[in-house]
Every structure is written in C-alpha cells, then in structure tokens.
Design a protein around this ligand. Structure first.
Ligand code: ADP
Ligand code: ASP
Ligand code: MG
Length: 470
C-alpha cells in the first residue's frame, strides 16, 4: 500500500491512512485461506516537502544560507507538528528526537553547501531523501501508537540502486536480497513494515533517489520483489481519470486499464502514476489499484495485464505541458543513411529523452521536456542540420485499444480537436494511442474538444468543447 504526499499531508490525512491500513489488515485476516501477511506500507514525503527540500538545496547552491535555513526551520516545525498524530507519548518523543536530528544534520550540510555554492546531485539526493525518511518514521509510529504492529524500515537498507543520482535505477537482484533480509522477516513475524518511497542507496550505502514521483516506483519494486498479491497506490483522486482533472472539469474514473494503456497514459502526463511504476508490476503480473485516500469506499482503477473489452473506443486522454519541439532539417538528409543515427546520438550523448518523433523526407521533429542540455543539443545538431526550437508546447495522447480495431477512430479524434493547429501527429506501431503536439495555449481547448466528444456529458465548462458525443 503506497500513500502519496497528499495522503500523508497532515495529522488528519495520517488518521485516514491508519483507518485504511487497519481495514486492509482486518480484511486480509478475515479472508479464508488468504495470505494475511502485511501489508507493506510505502509512504511519500509530506505534501510539497520534496519541492521545499529541493528549494532549500537551490538556495544553498546560490549561496543563500539564510533563506535555506529559514525554509528548513519551517519544514522542521511542520514535521514536529505532524508528529503530534502519534498518540503514545514515549513513541512521539522518540520520533520528534529523530526528526530533530535529521534536520540538525541537514542544517549543517546546507550551511556547508551554501559556502561552497555548489550542490552536487549526490547532495541533492541526500537532502531530498530526508522528506521520505522522516515522513515514514512518523507514519510507522502513528500506526504503532494505534495498536498496529508497525515496524519502520530504513529504505536506504531496502532499495539498492545504481549511482545515477536523482534518477537512480533499482538493482533488482540486490534489492530482492535486501528486502528479503529487512522486510520479509517482519512480515513472517506478523508485523507491518513501513518504509519511505523514492529513496534508496547504492551498494556502497550512499543515499540515492529514484526520480520525482518515485514513491510509486518504490511500491512497485517492493511489491514485485516480495511477490505481493496486489499493489495499491493511494492518492487524492478516485483513480485514473479520463483526463487531467486540473484541465478538464468533469473527468470520469476509468474502472479498468491494461498495463500497456496505463504506461502510455503515465508516460504522457497522467501524473497519478509514475511511468516506470508499471514495469516491475508487469514483469510479475501483479495487479495495481489506484485508490482515493479521501474516499476509501470509491472503487478506484484496476490495472491488469489484460482487461475486459469495453464499449468505449477511447480509454483516456493524457496531456503534458512544458514541452519543447526541435525541428531538425537537412537538405542532404535525403537518402543519406546514418542521418538518424547521428541525430539520436546527440540526444543520447546529452542524456535527454525524446518523447514524440515524426519524420519527413528532409526533416525530423522531436519533442523533449528536459531543457537543461538544450543549448548543447542545438549546437551539436547544428553541425549537420538546420535547427529550430519552439517552446511552450503540449503533448496530447489519446489512448485506447479501440484505435487498433476501428479505422475511423483516429480521424474522429483529430476532428474533435477542431481548428487548433497541430504541430506534430504520430501513431506508433502499437496503435494503442494517437499523439499530437500543439501550443500549450491551445491545450484546454484541444483536450476539451476530444474529452467532450468521447467522454462527455455535453455542455461542460471548458471552452471550445464541441459537445458532440463520439
Ligand atoms: P501523489 O502525491 O498521491 O503521488 P500525484 O500528485 O503524484 O499524487 O498524482 C495525483 C494527481 O495526478 C491528481 O491529483 C491529478 O491532479 C493528477 N492527474 C493528472 N492526470 C490525471 C489522470 N488522467 N487521472 C488522475 N489523476 C491525474
Ligand atoms: N516525494 C517525491 C516527489 O515529490 C516522491 C513521490 O512523492 O512520489 O517527487
Ligand atoms: Mg505521485
């Protein structure tokens, strides 16, 4: 059971978490012949804590020791206040002392980094990891103080990763061994292990993180390595929705999804799930359920390898803002084999993932969302091609198995976009999605059009909706 930031935001949220975990345990125990071990609980940092910690690191890097310490004091106070949820006095004092020690250590690190005015990825991970380390300690004690046999597990001793700081890949055999040593015995003894998500350590014991949104990934890794029956992702919405609720006013819950659909949606912006989450779960064929910690009774979304056919042609529409398009044109490209290799080598060298790609005879267009190496990328590409960049673009990705069976569906989706200019359009071999790139300013209108046509409820609040049923 993984609880995201908003599900551990404050004492009230943690009270809800306790009720949910208790109900799960009771349910498991009541199930005849069921495996009543666990569950394992994986928690994120308190809502917004990771952003704040990264902000502190940025301030330190800029030499603003004062600003960094001010933010750290705020965060420390917030954690101490949330620890008030621990009802047992001795346990609470213990956890508060732990929180104080962690923040004392952070203050010293931040002070030193502010003098150096440089924060390496390695220190960035140490700073960011503190969020999950302290939140998980608080949650473990909160559960224990309510009579649940919780036991805190230090994620740095349970998740083993490579040393690519800020996006460290888990080493699965080593992690399996570590989980078997740290977590499995607790489960066997009827305990309820609680660990922080997002965090790991190298084989040498240096703290790492799995990348933003990585607590989902941690949950899937733990579930896969321990052979869980199900992975639950508890969040602040009713499940995977037919579109981003921050853009579309009336999205619906998708009751069931295939792994393939879910990974495409997650990859193209359905933030509710970390894109990589799905992989360890797919490998072991473990169902993933997305549930709402504010409304535990809602049925949520079930993600499985196969899903029953639905009468809906489309499953959901994902979208991603803040995308840049790079147009690479070469008149000498025609027939020149090796051109694409050369082109993609630039992105590989600069470690910048490419999302959407389209090609014509003389040009290639790609999208990226990580612009940190853009100048170097453009310089390298300019050695053999003409390069043009456009920023503030958005990707819209309509996903549905119906795209394979219904030859008219893609055309109907594009028609629903209306008169919004399409920069790129792509449909890959899987034919499970159709993806297009537009200006970010047109996103609400384009997404609104597609959503209203295929999931609407006509006459919704968003501008530009056609209101026609698909
Ligand atoms: P957590 O802190 O629990 O990990 P996240 O903020 O990472 O939660 O993800 C949940 C959020 O994802 C929702 O509040 C919602 O705003 C956003 N979101 C974007 N697209 C979708 C979608 N298609 N379905 C559900 N949620 C989505
Ligand atoms: N706390 C981390 C983040 O905000 C990981 C997570 O919540 O999934 O990115
Ligand atoms: Mg998340």
């Amino acid at each position: 059971m993984k609880f995201g930031g908003t599900s551990v935001a404050d004492a009230q949220a943690i009270e809800r978490l306790i009720a949910i975990v208790r109900a799960q345990r009771q349910g498991d125990a009541a199930q005849e012949g069921g495996d009543s071990r666990g569950p394992v609980v994986v928690v994120s940092a308190l809502a917004k804590a990771t952003d704040r910690l990264l902000g502190v690191a940025a301030e330190a890097g800029a030499g603003d020791a004062e600003g960094a310490q001010h933010n750290l004091r705020d965060l420390r106070a917030r954690h101490v206040a949330v620890a008030g949820v621990i009802t047992d006095e001795a346990m609470r004092a213990d956890v508060v002392a732990f929180v104080e020690r962690e923040f004392d250590a952070l203050e010293r690190i931040v002070q030193a980094l502010a003098v150096l005015r440089e924060v390496s990825p390695r220190w960035l991970d140490t700073i960011a990891a503190t969020g999950e380390i302290v939140s998980s300690r608080i949650v473990a004690a909160a559960l224990a103080s309510r009579g649940l046999p919780a036991a805190w597990v230090d994620a740095r001793r349970a998740i083993v990763t490579g040393d690519e700081h800020t996006a460290a890949p888990p080493l699965m055999p080593e992690t399996t061994a570590a989980l078997m040593a740290q977590v499995d015995p607790l489960l066997a003894a009827g305990r309820l292990p609680v660990l922080g998500g997002f965090v790991g350590a190298t084989t040498g014991g240096v703290t790492t993180t799995l990348g933003r949104g990585g607590s989902d990934f941690s949950a899937a890794i733990v579930g896969a390595c321990l052979g869980a029956g199900e992975i639950q992702i508890w969040t602040d919405v009713d499940g995977m929705l037919t579109a981003d609720p921050r853009i579309i006013a009336d999205p619906q819950v998708v009751p069931q999804l295939s792994f393939d659909e879910a990974s495409e949606l997650a990859y193209f912006g359905a933030k509710v799930l970390h894109p990589a989450t799905i992989l360890p779960a797919v490998a072991k064929n473990i169902p993933v359920r997305i549930l709402n910690s504010h409304r535990a009774e809602a049925r949520g979304t079930l993600i499985t390898r196969e899903r029953p056919l639905s009468d809906r042609p489309l499953t959901a529409v994902a979208s991603k803002r803040q995308v840049s398009v790079i147009d690479i044109t070469s008149t000498r490209m025609l027939m020149a084999h090796g051109f694409l290799r050369r082109l993609f080598e630039v992105f590989e060298r600069e470690r910048t993932p490419v999302d959407v790609v389209t090609t014509s005879e003389v040009s290639v267009s790609v999208t990226i969302d990580d612009r940190r190496r853009l100048t170097d990328i453009v310089d390298a590409l300019s050695e053999f091609a003409e390069v043009r960049c456009e920023h503030e673009m958005a990707i819209v990705c309509a996903v549905g198995e119906g795209l394979q069976s219904d030859p008219t569906l893609a055309a109907r989706i594009l028609e629903a976009v209306g008169d919004v200019p399409l920069k790129l359009v792509s449909q890959a071999a899987s034919r499970r999605n159709i993806t297009f790139v537009i200006r970010e300013a047109d996103l609400a209108r384009a997404l609104g059009g597609v959503h209203a046509r295929f999931f609407g409820v006509p006459d919704t609040s968003h501008a530009g909706a056609t209101g026609a049923k698909g």
